[in-house]
Design a protein around this ligand. Sequence first.
Ligand code: SAM
Length: 114
Amino acid sequence: MDRFICNIKKIGVSLWIRHWRLRLAAWIVTRVGFKSNKIFGEHKKDLFHSMKKLKATVGTLKVLEIGAGGGVNFKFYPAGTKVTCLDPNPCFEPYVENNAVVSGLHQSFRGEHV
Ligand SMILES: C[S@@+](CC[C@H](N)C(=O)[O-])C[C@H]1O[C@@H](n2cnc3c(N)ncnc32)[C@H](O)[C@@H]1O
């Protein structure tokens, strides 16, 4: 019985560590992403520029962003873009939601523990 309780405790602790590791990773990646936007922002603007032309031609854009992280690229998408985000870390979801609102995008997020 003692061994059983000990194993349950070990599982609980490892799940707790995993959860906080994912939360910390989401926080760090999002912060670093925003810092990199400050450094590479002009290059990113050039890279995403063609989306504005595309929007003028086809209307509302639908984007699938794989490995979206915290959504730090959203500010380079044309307003109103519908973006679907995939990321193995579900702890990015609150960052994605917030950054979509700030950038005027419609988003849906799919994150899973892998
Ligand atoms: C360097 S971050 C880039 C985040 C964001 N796209 C940006 O530009 O700041 C890479 C992201 O890819 C995600 N990722 C890692 N492996 C992945 C996989 N197999 N499929 C999809 N996303 C993955 C990570 O969780 C992380 O959020």
